[in-house]
Structure formats: structure tokens, C-alpha cells
Design a binder for this molecule. Structure first.
Ligand code: NAP
Length: 296
């Protein structure tokens, strides 16, 4: 049954810088739906355990109709869910929760959100992508890129973390542990791991896309860049920085000054939010209205 009023929100910590309330309030307004989207800070575990369980109980009981999940709880929520949508299962993280047929479901809209924005910014692009970082969002980005035929090199400051995204033998076949469903047609996705340092990055040829999936350069440290100072960016590569605060990161500025195209993560944020909203309400969101709301 469709609620007459949608009670939506975000759990994570810290949340003060979140743009999600602005995005979802606009989505509610422009869809003609009643409701609200609130921030629910839940401290990291173990301190936040009780608060986390309380929020999920509210969702099950119907006093909340949809929740987004952000750092540090995208994996912490998994043991409490009844069901994972394929995208969330593949990357082992959920950012969107709702109840369907009495079951608490976790989905991951970061994956289609990143893909939709990448295709909007670089229609038809393909080739080799170099992903900086190997945390939660890197897993979503790598999965999205593999699904669409990119070769991927993951660069992280801890090689073992980058290697955790590599193909591993499963049932006698070799494919990325994270990419369930990718390669079912027999095609073997290509993923490599290197250290996030100048000498290793310099040895990666033919890169056409660099994705920053580390928090380096995000407020309150906008002066930092994940790319080594003494190394030129790969010739002709586009740069996609998942960060959107600030809107132009130091990495983006370095890239633009050297003649590369560079994008921030605001488009991904808008897309993943719109897709979450659609899961909760069944209503397709007018993206232009959201862009207008966050630009004003
Ligand atoms: P995460 O799970 O904590 O992963 C961060 C990754 O960056 C880890 O591999 C971490 O390595 C690495 N890292 C952190 N500090 C580093 C440093 N100084 N030098 C080199 N590597 C470093 O975080 P996440 O969820 O993936 O988020 C990463 C960024 O993406 C954040 O800025 C977040 O706001 C942004 N994001 C944007 C969107 C969007 O919609 N635009 C969506 C999701 C995330 P260690 O494990 O060794 O620390």
C-alpha cells in the first residue's frame, strides 16, 4: 500500500555535509508527494549498534518508508537484512533500504548512479580505467566499469586492499569475487592491482579514464590530491572525481590545467539519489528539477 506521507532519511556518520536532504526534498516536491527526508546520525560501531538496530526496526515496522546508508554503515547493515538486490550482493554493500513484501531489502544505487553519470559525461567511452582507492565506492565503480566492458586497474596505498578486488578462482573458473554476474557469458573481466605511487602508476599504459575513489581532496582538506605531484596524468585520459565538496578538487584542477576533461561526483550523487527515490516511491524523478534545487 502506498503511504500518504513518505518518511525517508539517511543513516551514517558524520552527516552534516550531506546534500541528500536537499535532493530528496526537491524530489518529493516535484513529484507532488507528501513527506520528509531526515538525517539520522548513527555513530560507528560498536557505539552505534543500538541506534542502527533501532532505525532498521522502524523501517520494518513502517514508521519509516526508505533509508539511505552511507559511511560507515554500508556493510554494517548487511547482517540485518532479509534480502540483497543483485548489485548490493555483488559489491557487499547497501546504500538503499526498503521493505518489499514484508522483507527488508538492501540495494546499491551507487553502481547504476555512477554508470548513468559516466555515460552522460562521456557517452560511448570505453577502454582502460585506473581507479584510485579500493574502499566501498571503488568496489561499486569497479563493478560498474566491468559490467560495461572496461578494463580496470585498481591503485591503492595498500596493495592487499587493491588485490581484494582482483579475479579469484570460483568453482574452477576465474572471475572477480566482487563481480557476480559479470563474465557469465564466458568473458573474463580484466582487473589488475598496483600501488598508488608514482613509479607504479607510471607503468600503467593506455589509460583513458582516471577515477578518484579516495577521499583525498575532499573538504576540509581541499589542497590535497591523490595523484602524485611529480607525475603527469595519462595522456588524453578523462578524470572523474567522486568527490563533490568542493565542486572542483585539486585533482580536477590539475587535470584541467593540463588539458584533460574532468568531472566531479555531483552527477553520481544526483543519480544514485534519484534511483533510491524511485525504489521507495515508484515515481520517476525529474533530474532537471533536482539539479535546479541543488544549484540554488
Ligand atoms: P572508503 O570505503 O573509506 O574508501 C576510501 C579509500 O581511499 C580506501 O581505499 C582508502 O585506503 C583510500 N584512502 C583514504 N585516504 C587515503 C590517502 N590519504 N591516500 C591514499 N588512499 C587513501 O570510502 P568510500 O566510501 O569509498 O568513499 C571515497 C570517496 O568517494 C569519498 O570522498 C566519498 O565522499 C566519495 N563518494 C562519492 C559518492 C558520490 O555519489 N559522488 C558516492 C560514494 C562515495 P585505506 O583503507 O588504506 O585508508
Amino acid at each position: 500500500m502506498t503511504p500518504s506521507r513518505f518518511n525517508l532519511g539517511l543513516i551514517g556518520y558524520p552527516l552534516e555535509r550531506s546534500l541528500s536532504p536537499q535532493i530528496h526534498q526537491a524530489a518529493l516536491r516535484f513529484s507532488g508527494l507528501q513527506g520528509e527526508y531526515r538525517l539520522y546520525p548513527v555513530a560507528p560501531l560498536p557505539e552505534g549498534q543500538e541506534a542502527l538496530e533501532h532505525m532498521l526496526k522502524r523501517l520494518r515496522q513502517g514508521s519509516l518508508h526508505g533509508l539511505n546508508v552511507t559511511i560507515p554503515h554500508k556493510q554494517n547493515v548487511l547482517p540485518h537484512l532479509d534480502e540483497l538486490a543483485p548489485a548490493a550482493r555483488s559489491v557487499g554493500a547497501a546504500n538503499t533500504l526498503y521493505v518489499q513484501n514484508g522483507r527488508l531489502v538492501g540495494d546499491n544505487t551507487d553502481i547504476p548512479g555512477f554508470l548513468a553519470d559516466l555515460q552522460r559525461q562521456l557517452p560511448g567511452a570505453s577502454g582502460k580505467a585506473l581507479v584510485l582507492g579500493a574502499g566501498g565506492s571503488a568496489r561499486a565503480v569497479v563493478y560498474a566499469l566491468l559490467q560495461t566492458g572496461w578494463q580496470v586497474v585498481v591503485a591503492a596505498r595498500r596493495l592487499e586492499q587493491a588485490a581484494s578486488l582482483l579475479p579469484s578462482p570460483v568453482g574452477g573458473r576465474t572471475r572477480p569475487e566482487l563481480a557476480e554476474g559479470v563474465g557469465d557469458d564466458g568473458y573474463l573481466p580484466s582487473v589488475q592491482a598496483v600501488l598508488l605511487e608514482a613509479s607504479s602508476l607510471a607503468g600503467v599504459p593506455d589509460v583513458s579514464l582516471v577515477v578518484n575513489a579516495t577521499p583525498v581532496g575532499m573538504l576540509p582538506q581541499p589542497g590535497a590530491s591523490p595523484w602524485p605531484e611529480d607525475l603527469a596524468l595519462p595522456p588524453g585520459a578523462a578524470v572523474y572525481d567522486l568527490i563533490y565538496k568542493p565542486l572542483e578538487t585539486r585533482l580536477m584542477r590539475q587535470a584541467r590545467q593540463a588539458g584533460h576533461v574532468a568531472f566531479n561526483g555531483l552527477g553520481m550523487l544526483v543519480e544514485q539519489a534519484a534511483l533510491s527515490f524511485e525504489r521507495w516511491t515508484g515515481v520517476s524523478v525529474n533530474r532537471a528539477a533536482i539539479w535546479e534545487a541543488i544549484s540554488s
